[in-house]
Design a protein around this ligand. Structure first.
Ligand code: SF4
Length: 496
């Protein structure tokens, strides 16, 4: 194993340095696969939380699965903190390293020992090991770990911030790796039956969705004689077999490229979009029904059952405002469709996720209604759109919401407020209007706050008790300039 050179051995080394170290350490194939699955956008580095959180979260939410991180202590601290902030209630495993164990290759041995110590078939179905930035750049070869130890599967994945642009796509890195493992197992012979498996043909939903949504979607599918398969990301190992055994995949989150590859390899048809709003639900039920070879009568019965309730919910909860929407969950286009169907004007949607063919139907629908959709949107693009459009409500990420509130624009945090509500069917159609109205109703309060705090705590007056422009110590800049010049001179003298 070629370790990251000591002079660059940290995640502060910069993206290009990390990439070139990873390539020379034998990770070229991994990086090429990541680059093709998750193409970079205008911003080539994550602008939200550490991407590896997505993989970690998927591992931690599965029963009888242990998840081990391998990375710098500061990264692991942040990821562990965030996991527990979001209620993981599970142990996050950690194999630490130092410069010596990294450079000598001892780290791989330490990971291997940890995996062997943990692999108790009475407790676990699988162990997930996640390489963070520095071990990936150093070429720690997780692919050399044993595939199984006493029946406990071992899945090693590289999830570097310089290769996976968002934490949403990192969910797919692990989900796809697990589906691949399960698919190859199923191809070898009989596998465990998922709990509560249906005898009906099933639809496997792809993407983390609000827990109340699947029962509603299941009810919409029932008239077609279809049931729901276990969702992906899975909650239990045997659920992976159930998902792979589906009649059709509903890629409600369209960026799960690696997972879709596995479903396609299993011969399953894939359908994009989701049952959102009236037109969205009608189109989705039709496409799913056709993909599953359901008769016209049954498709018609499904429409007749689902659509009146959605129409009534939309009519009872109209939204008559201008709204911009941005996020990194992957459901932004679906949410925008629902807002537009409820009557909102949505001139801009930004998503940190990439454009894939499974997003095309939603993209076409939104563009035909005058919405500009920005894939791989950067915070700067989202902010600029909000400034230009001057919406009644900005739905977005934390920094965007902060900026909006500074300007007195009512704003909603997408992850906690919007994606934590039902989105699909009649429940979704009725859920958004209330929070939109409540937040827009607070516009006068925002205006009062802006005028009250005008000029306080900004620019030179930022910080407690600072009221004027701070004065610079005499000669400070000059001394610093001379020190820098002397350092450059001394370094060039020894030829470093
Ligand atoms: S693993 Fe990489 S992206 Fe994640 S916190 Fe560490 S340096 Fe940042």
């Amino acid at each position: 194993m070629d370790a990251l050179p000591p002079s660059t051995g940290s995640c502060h080394a910069g993206r290009e340095t990390m990439l070139s170290a990873a390539r020379s350490a034998g990770k070229s194939a991994v990086l090429e696969r990541l680059a093709s699955d998750y193409p970079q956008g205008p911003h080539d580095q994550p602008q939200s939380m550490c991407p590896a959180f997505g993989s970690l979260r998927v591992g931690l939410r599965m029963r009888r699965v242990a998840t081990i991180l391998c990375g710098s202590a500061c990264c692991v601290y942040g990821l562990t903190f965030t996991s527990h902030f979001y209620g993981a209630r599970r142990t996050v495993g950690y194999v630490p390293f130092n410069s010596e164990t990294l450079v000598r290759g001892q780290l791989y041995e330490d990971i291997r020992d940890a995996v062997y110590a943990l692999a108790k078939p009475a407790d676990l179905d699988a162990i997930v090991v996640i390489n963070l930035c520095v071990p990936t750049a150093s070429g720690v070869p997780l692919d050399r770990l044993p595939k199984q130890i006493d029946g406990v599967r071992v899945i090693g994945i590289d999830v570097p911030g310089f290769g996976v642009p968002t934490h949403a796509e990192a969910k797919d890195v692990l989900a796809g790796a697990m589906l691949r493992f399960a698919r190859l197992e199923a191809e070898q012979g009989p596998v465990a039956r998922p709990r509560g498996a249906s005898d009906l043909p099933t639809v496997a939903l792809l993407g983390e969705i609000f827990p109340a949504d699947p029962p509603g979607i299941g009810a919409m599918l029932a008239p077609m004689g279809l049931a729901l398969a276990p969702p992906t990301p899975a909650r239990e190992w045997r659920d992976l077999y159930g998902a792979l055994d589906c009649a059709v995949v509903g890629a409600v989150h369209p960026f799960y490229t690696a997972s879709i590859r596995e479903f396609a390899a299993a011969g399953r048809p894939i359908v994009g979009s989701g049952p959102v709003g009236l037109e969205g639900t009608e189109a989705w039920l039709e496409t799913i029904g056709l993909a599953a070879n359901i008769s016209f009568e049954q498709r018609d019965a499904a429409r007749a059952k689902a659509l009146p309730a959605i129409r009534a919910a939309l009519e009872a909860n109209p939204i008559r405002n201008r709204i911009t929407l941005s996020g990194y969950e992957g459901s932004e286009l679906l949410t925008a469709r629902l807002l537009v169907e409820a009557g909102a004007e949505v001139p801009y949607v930004g998503t940190a996720c990439p454009k894939t063919e499974w997003a095309q139907a939603d993209l076409d629908w939104l563009e035909s209604r005058g919405t500009h959709v920005q894939f791989r949107a950067s915070l700067e693009q989202d902010t600029q759109a909000m400034l230009e459009v001057k919406p009644d409500l900005a739905v977005g990420t934390t920094p965007l919401v902060q900026k909006a509130k500074e300007l007195g624009i009512p704003a909603l945090y997408y992850t906690n407020m919007v994606s934590a509500r039902p989105l699909f069917g009649a429940a979704g159609a009725g859920s958004l209007a209330a929070i939109v109205a409540a937040q827009i109703g607070s516009a006068p309060r925002f205006a009062r706050m802006v005028s009250f705090f005008q000029g306080v705590g900004t620019e030179a007056t930022a910080g407690y008790g600072t009221t004027g422009v701070p004065t610079e110590p005499a000669g400070f800049r000059d001394r610093q300039r001379k020190m820098r010049a002397a350092k450059v001179k001394s370094e060039s003298a020894v030829g470093t």
